[in-house]
Design a protein around this ligand. Sequence first.
Ligand code: SF4
Length: 391
Amino acid sequence: MKEKEGRGAAGDGLPDIDKRLQEDKRLKEMVSPLLEWYDSHARILPWRGSPSPYAVWISEIMLQQTRVEAVKPYFDRWMKAFPTLSSLADASEAEVLKLWEGLGYYSRVRNIHKTAKLVAEKFGGSLPSSFEALRNLPGIGEYTAGSVGSIAFQLPVPCVDGNVLRVTARLTADPADIGAAATKKHITEQIRAIIPEERPGDFNQAMMELGATVCLPNGLPRCGECPVAFLCEARRLDRIVEFPVKSGKPPRKIEKKTVLILLNENGTAAAFRKRPENGLLAGLWEFPNFDGELSDGKIRQILDASGLKISSLVILKRVKHVFTHIEWDMTGYLAVVKGRNSGQASAVMETDSSCNNALDFQWIDIKLMFEKLALPAAFKSYYQILKGVAV
Ligand code: SF4
């Protein structure tokens, strides 16, 4: 219903059926010039060429986290450490998390690890080659199964990301909201209908490449460089800035936090705790912290009550960290303390169980911590402070 109304509203008065036929024709005509353009303009990337299905999969998940340029060093490091899926399956969770450090969404890397173990056990260490079998693996959704299936196994299946949605919406001047599931479904079917059997992986990559390098977001497409400009309906109508239509996201929830950098007196160990195994930053290590913005008086009171003797306490700059749906607005304190075995820093132990109480922490050797633990980027500014004061 929504799609029908939307397409009618953007059109030039043609009945919907004619409009749809025109859209399909336009998309079909795009295939050949797009592939030609891709052959001469595709960026040379470490995961392109003749990559293994495993390399395609890892790069695709990393690319869901961040920009291509930022992914390159992560991808190189990863493939050096785990050159095969079996080597990844044999690695410890701590090693895997550490290599992902800074990419965020750690649940994705846990799923990668889980899938590697499962594939090693059930599929002899090679990713399965059917869309359905890929789709059934932990952390592999329709998009990832489509990209791995088409790029690594030449399956004629679509993979529709934000780039593909934007390019298609502009090419067809589609007024439907690209954030809506119905629009994504419709565009996925449009792409499925035109995907060339002989080069499905290249076609999918070409669509994404066009979106990433030419048909740019935020009203800034480089139409002069576009190989399919002659087919673009938004351009013909001179309404490029109106497409794609995207409804605004709800505002992020802001949560105030108070973070404590607790340092032992000789400056060799800091207090860390492991987050609960579920939820945001599940199972990762963090500084002790409390909900809300606490005064230094309150912090003194809390530390005192927990058996820690404060030698010094300073307030730190405020830090913000933005997650997808929430934002942390953090107040920090650096305290040098005695007590609670502060002289006995432990080596990092993977088996340590998580805790819910902010002051159920362990003293961790600071050097070991930076070497071995995956540290969430949310506390990045505080790690810098810790590095500056640690011995
Ligand atoms: Fe995008 Fe411009 Fe090409 Fe249309 S002509 S697909 S708006 S880059």
